[in-house]
Design a protein around this ligand. Structure first.
Ligand code: 5AD
Ligand code: SF4
Length: 437
């Protein structure tokens, strides 16, 4: 008699790389006989794949662990693991503070999860926050061949050597490492065979990728040669790593989508310097001009931090002016959050109410720009990769080339199809369109 498979519940916080890592962890645990469940109550093991980027994100781990304590009382065999960037930053402390946790493993060593699971089943509590010599991707189980949806993430680069003064990433994810291009191409081929048509290449500093001749542009070229892979995107980029070849690729490579997330964080030169960003607002604006010269319709997005230590009203006004000058299709803005171990954490903080007010002002401008960009799409034709049925009968949802969420009506099963559409209307966060091809 074979026993029922053990069940694994993974909760993913934070960025897209965590989404990718969670998939790989689930595949690794598949080799240990685990199948995934979407209910923590049914699980034999729960993994919390955490984010450390801002204090609020990190705190979520502790409130979730509080809730899991009750589950463990009902099911003493339940094993609980903490993975991701909080695991890396607070490894031993988590084990010390939280008796409910059985294992802690950082983002660079989760290929060791199967061995750790066995140690835990034998009654141990284990922590692994190494930055190992070996490459986890070489050791992890081969990717599942199971049929999957039409979009996927693919990590090509990890870590960061930039040391922006506010950021924990260089500490939690380590220094910059690029995966070899041949492995990435093999993985991409496998994804395409499983039904993927749109791949987003991931890296904390993805355009610093140096695992292929010609850098990220070279890798994009190799991937574009894969039949059946129709759309390529990449995120997140640093302005100082936008080289000529990559800018040119936005003009020359039809599979490279007209969408670019290029965080600038602030529009004030004084603050950019204090952040250790190593470029000015003017240099960023000139860069945007060159990217738009290569691909005029490109949709640009950014991240902003308001209330960085030392930010005055005039500095904030400079950020507003930069946003006005660029015209973003969307952007994320955050209140500065002091992170332990980062240089900026030592500096005097801006008043909380001032931060709140600035965040609201900036978000109102960004929302207006997002609406303007969407409104400008009405009447235009574009293509949409449809992913799944919408909420209403006959409705399908997918993404445009510019990564707008799009809905269209059709009696056909549009899943996985790329279809020509005309945009007919906009809503706050999506477009409505009709099929025209
Ligand atoms: N406080 C607020 N926002 C931060 N980010 C990174 N670190 C911090 C911090 N300490 C933001 C940046 C980055 C995005 C991923 O998160 O804008 O681009
Ligand atoms: Fe963090 Fe990005 Fe700066 Fe690297 S470039 S330190 S990941 S904000």
């Amino acid at each position: 008699m074979t026993s029922a498979p053990k069940k694994l519940f993974i909760k993913t916080y934070g960025c897209q790389m965590n989404v990718y890592d969670s998939e790989r962890m689930a595949e690794a645990m598949g080799g240990e006989g685990y199948v995934q469940t979407d209910r923590a109550e049914d699980a034999d093991m729960v993994l919390l794949n955490t984010c450390h980027i801002r204090e609020k994100a990190a705190e979520k781990l502790y409130s979730d662990l509080g809730r899991l304590k009750a589950l463990k009382l009902d099911n003493p065999n339940l094993k609980i693991g903490v993975t991701g960037c909080v695991a890396q930053a607070e490894g031993d402390e988590i084990i010390r503070r939280m008796p409910v946790v059985d294992l802690v493993v950082g983002p660079q060593s989760y290929h060791r999860l199967p061995a750790m699971e066995r140690a835990v089943q034998a009654g141990g509590r284990v922590v692994d926050t190494d930055f190992p010599e070996e490459d986890k991707f070489d050791i992890l189980a081969a990717r599942s061949k199971a049929k999957r949806g039409p979009t996927a993430f693919l990590t090509v680069q990890e870590g960061c050597d930039k040391f922006c003064a506010f950021c924990v990433v260089p500490y939690t994810r380590g220094s910059e490492v690029s995966r070899p291009a041949d492995r990435i191409v093999t993985e991409a081929r496998g994804l395409v065979e499983a039904g993927v048509r749109d791949i987003t290449l991931l890296g904390q500093n993805v355009n610093a990728y140096h695992g292929a001749e010609g850098g990220l542009a070279g890798l994009v070229g190799q991937l574009a040669a894969i039949d059946g892979l129709d759309r390529i995107r990449y995120t997140t980029s640093h302005p100082n790593d936008m080289d000529d070849a990559l800018i040119a690729a936005h003009g020359n490579e039809p599979k490279l989508m007209p969408y670019l997330h290029l965080p600038v964080q602030s529009g004030s030169d004084k603050i950019l310097k204090a952040m250790n960003r190593k470029h000015t607002a003017e240099q960023y604006l000139r860069l945007i001009e060159r990217i738009r010269a290569a691909r005029p319709d490109i949709l640009l997005t950014s991240d902003f931090i308001v209330g960085f230590p030392g930010e005055t009203d005039a500095d904030f006004d400079a950020t507003m002016a930069l946003v006005e000058a660029v015209g973003y299709g969307a952007a994320y803005s955050f209140k500065y959050s002091a992170r332990p171990g980062t240089p900026a954490a030592e500096r005097a903080e801006v008043d909380a109410e001032v931060m709140d007010a600035r965040l609201q002002t900036l978000q109102a401008l960004i929302t207006r720009q997002q609406r303007e960009r969407q409104d400008a799409m009405v009447g235009q034709t574009t293509t949409v990769l449809f992913e799944k049925p919408g909420r209403n009968p006959g409705q399908w949802g997918g993404k445009s080339e510019h990564l707008h969420a799009v809905h269209a009506m059709s009696d056909e099963d549009l899943r996985g199809q790329i279809r020509k559409v005309r945009v007919t209307a906009t809503a706050p966060n999506s477009l409505t369109a009709e099929l025209i091809g």
